[in-house]
Design a protein around this ligand. Structure first.
Ligand code: SOE
Length: 379
């Protein structure tokens, strides 16, 4: 008998849509799961908007105070889909109420906050995960398998970019519901927490721990109107960030992210160069993994494209026939499938809070190095 898992969603923005869609679709495509998410309640401060969201997506009820939601006896799991400065308080309350927690990335604003969150879920013994969804893109999971199988040999380089261009205009406000990512109080940081955190999570997963970082950050537009107050206020986030790092395995890392790369909306790319082979991936072409194997036969040596749609490739036997692609939304469906599978197995769903804390520590070191212009070790 399939067990219901009652979801209490906090937030009703773009990410709440991505997660809700995943809860709705997961059992149709992963029919062997032992759990079925049930859309029990959605919570948001604006009663009219949250009701409209709940009605559209099929939530059974709605709340306007997350404190009431996390204590409801008919909720099993709380999904935190609100600005970063609210993650800790909600997570602590949800853990105290014995709820499982699925927290949107980044885990927290600071590492200290993240540690408190880890301690709270660990002492409550509740299942927890952080939505670093890109790990669940089949091509990236395949990259992990290729690296773990030793095909690349010793790794020398890991380089990643996450480029956008949506904040170039100085008319874009900070704060408010759509643009809270520009408000340092709500977001904590700019591209480092929002975009580089994805690159860092992927890097830690594929290439292991980072020892130290040296970063530069820039805020190109120094003042913006705050959507809540209507006042022009200094901008406290990093608009762009680039950093170098040493990995514990001896390889070198180069990372860059900006919201000022005109022409790029969400260009997440990474490349890994090993002794025997290299891998590269691009979010714009997410079903493909580029692979170069040095091999013996030099006349046919070259980069090749692996179209990651075959049934034996990660997750793909759940979708269509070979050759047919999947997209961004599927990474979230996969994360829910893995979370539900991990409940059945009684194992943590990675990245759990403790593992996502590593990403937080790297982000914090990057921001510190951007300020001091010195190399910073990861604690
Ligand atoms: C920002 O524009 C954003 O939506 C991030 O918040 C997401 O995490 C990223 O996946 C896409 O870009």
């Amino acid at each position: 008998m399939i067990k219901p898992l009652a979801i209490g969603m906090v937030g009703y923005g773009f990410m709440a849509r991505a997660h809700t869609n995943a809860y709705k679709r997961v059992n149709d495509f992963f029919p062997d799961l032992a759990y079925r998410p049930v859309l029990q309640a959605v919570c948001g401060r604006d009663a009219e908007k949250v009701k409209a969201f709940g009605d559209q997506w099929g939530y059974a009820s709605h709340e306007t105070d997350w404190r009431s939601l996390v204590c409801r006896p008919d909720i099993d799991a709380v999904d935190i889909c609100v600005p970063n400065n609210l993650h800790k308080e909600i997570a602590l309350a949800a853990a105290a109420a014995g709820k499982m927690i699925l927290c949107e990335k980044p885990l927290s604003i600071t590492t200290a906050e993240g540690k408190e969150m880890c301690e709270a879920v660990e002492s409550a013994g509740v299942a927890n995960t952080v939505w670093y969804n890109y790990r669940r893109i089949p091509a990236i999971t395949l990259a992990k398998q290729l690296i773990d199988s030793g095909r690349l040999g010793r790794i020398y380089h890991f380089r990643a970019n996450f480029l956008q261009d949506w904040t170039i205009s100085s008319d874009v406000p900070q704060g408010g519901t759509a643009t809270w990512r520009l408000d340092s109080t709500a977001a904590g940081s700019g591209v480092t927490g929002d975009l580089l955190s994805h690159c860092i999570d992927t890097a830690l997963w594929l290439n292991g721990k980072i020892k130290d970082v040296s970063a530069m950050t820039e805020t190109f537009v120094k003042e913006r109107v705050h959507a809540d107050t209507g006042q022009v206020q200094p901008v406290g986030i990093d608009d762009a960030c680039a950093f170098l790092c040493h990995f514990e395995n001896g390889s070198l890392g180069m990372f860059e992210s900006t919201r000022y790369a005109r022409g790029h909306k969400a260009l997440f790319t990474f490349e890994i160069n090993g002794e025997n082979a290299s891998i590269r991936w691009d979010l714009h072409d997410l079903n493909r993994l580029e692979y170069f194997e040095h091999g013996k036969d030099s006349i046919v040596r070259g980069w090749r494209t692996i179209h990651v749609t075959e049934g034996e490739m990660p997750y793909m036997n759940h979708w269509w026939v070979p050759g047919l692609s999947i997209g961004y939304e599927h990474s979230f469906v996969h994360q829910v499938a893995d979370f539900l599978g991990s409940l059945e197995q009684g194992e943590p769903c990675q990245p759990d809070f403790r593992s996502a804390l590593q990403t937080q520590a790297v982000c914090e070191a990057v921001l510190q190095s951007g300020k001091t212009r010195e190399w910073v070790s990861i604690k």
